[in-house]
Ligand binder design. Structure first.
Ligand code: PMP
Length: 458
């Protein structure tokens, strides 16, 4: 029996990324408030938010300074746009700070309201740039299987997950996918991480050559793949692929929507993993998720090409109403101030070894095939047989069941395709809360194992 509020929800809302049929029976978890790393449901029950909402509430809940920043800006100038040469101080200040923080040479910042829009803008600007440079064929974009870059027509095409393609008539032409850099699943028996990385780089090169390098514009990467399973690339991966991209003038775009702003213990994931992208996309933790805001960095060559096109066409034909929304920018400015003042990124790096040790300790659980992460993010993969890495049938929904048990234990984590579970707590999590998180996750795993035995799953 659904509670009154859950029943109202089922009757009225379409939920993103939700099984619309089973949802009618299970109903929703209706959250009411949050404090620190904790959220509370409509019955007042607390949950440790082990996913930072959707990989975004890095500064935790109830941060009064962010609330104040929003209220102040709301009172002063709740809306102003950046079209046709109009501007406002919060956007200018934010662009200046971001330029300083960017791990790559950056000429300008362009704002969007989400990660999807940021990557969509990247794709459009790559096409625009290559037209400006007189190479109209250089337009194909390569992503990776299990990569996630958003849900617009172009970014869902770039995403490498079946759920985003099947029955959506996607990917559209011009979007290709390279192999997923997941050593646990993709390596040959006995193949080292470095050898696996070299092999993937050779495969990427063969793919670019087969397509014709004159037609390939860019390669998109998440430093750590998020929605595809919280997958950490193998050692040497970026060192191996970057020379391939350089050889064929294929630009590298880092999708830092999850990894940006401290998640890997560095300001950007690119720094932690030795990635040297031309441009990068960011969103989520920029405002700690308190308001929608994303954006991209633009390097000098791209900016020059945009200027030339602007001269030729008499303007720049792209932008959305809320690009650089002043309230969102004011919150982001305050968030970045907090990150710096409270050493949020450095402290995330200090807490990371403890977090990673706790994560790795789950590998001794009979259900856990892989437990791997970096910084304050990690993923575990559930298997039926640790020896041959065989999984339970997808329809058994083992990871989904485990996540439901975790919720019952007062912990929010997220299941992903392939019986993987992601953990990505607010960066402000304290050591004792990390302990609580992993104790609860282990109990959920135990209950899942008991349920599997009871159901006789094989
Ligand atoms: N890129 C990455 C790496 C993401 O994780 C996400 C969202 N989870 C997106 C892009 C899309 O962002 P949004 O949902 O804000 O459109």
């Amino acid at each position: 029996m659904l509670s009154n509020i859950a029943a109202r929800d089922v009757e009225t809302l379409i939920h993103p990324y939700t099984n619309l049929s089973t949802f009618r029976e299970t109903g929703s978890l209706v959250l009411e408030r949050g404090h620190g790393v904790w959220v509370y449901d409509s019955d007042g029950r607390p949950y440790l938010e082990g996913m930072s909402g959707l990989w975004c509430t890095a500064l935790g809940y109830s941060n009064e300074e962010l609330v104040e920043a929003a209220a102040e800006q709301m009172g002063k100038l709740p809306f102003a746009h950046l079209f046709s040469g109009r501007s406002h101080d919060p956007a200018i200040e934010l662009a200046e700070t971001l330029k300083e923080l960017m791990p790559v040479p950056t000429s300008k910042i362009f704002f969007t309201s989400s990660g999807s829009e940021a990557n969509d803008a990247q794709i459009k600007l790559l096409w625009y740039m290559n037209n400006a440079l007189g190479r109209p064929l250089k337009k194909k974009i390569i992503g990776r299987r299990k990569g996630y870059h958003g849900v617009t027509v172009a970014t869902a095409s770039l995403t490498g997950l079946p759920a985003n393609h099947t029955d959506w008539d996607l990917p559209i032409p011009g979007f290709l996918h390279a192999a997923c850099p997941h050593h646990y699943r993709g390596a040959e028996p006995g193949e080292s991480e470095e050898a696996f990385s070299e092999r993937l780089a050779a495969e990427l090169e063969a793919q670019i050559l087969a397509e014709d390098p004159e037609t390939v514009a860019a390669f998109f990467v998440e430093p750590v793949m998020g929605a595809g399973g919280a997958i950490v690339p193998p050692a040497g991966y970026f060192a191996a692929i970057q020379p391939v991209l350089e050889r064929y003038e294929v630009r590298l775009v880092a999708d830092e929507v999850i990894c940006g702003f401290g998640r890997l213990g560095t300001w950007f994931g690119s720094e932690a993993l030795g990635i040297r992208p031309h441009t990068l996309s960011f969103a989520k933790a920029l405002t700690s998720g308190y308001l929608p805001l994303g954006g991209i960095s633009i390097d000098e060559p791209l900016y020059r090409a945009m200027l030339d096109e602007s001269v030729k066409l008499g303007g720049f034909g792209h932008g959305t109403t809320y690009s650089g929304h002043p309230v969102a920018c004011a919150v982001a400015n305050r968030a970045l101030h907090i990150y710096r003042r409270d050493r949020i990124v450095e402290r995330a790096a200090e807490k990371a070894p403890h977090f990673q040790a706790k994560l790795a300790s789950l590998a001794d659980h009979p259900l856990v095939g892989e437990a791997r992460g970096i910084g304050l993010i990690g993923g575990i993969e559930l298997v039926a047989d640790k020896g041959d890495k065989r999984q339970y049938a997808p329809k058994a929904g083992v990871a989904a069941r485990c996540v439901a048990f975790a919720q019952d234990e007062g912990l929010i984590v997220r299941f992903l395709m392939g019986d993987r579970i992601a953990v990505c707590p607010p960066l402000v999590i304290e050591t004792d809360e990390i302990d609580t998180l992993f104790e609860r996750l282990r109990r959920a795993l135990d209950r899942t194992a008991a349920w599997i035995a009871h159901e006789g799953l094989e």
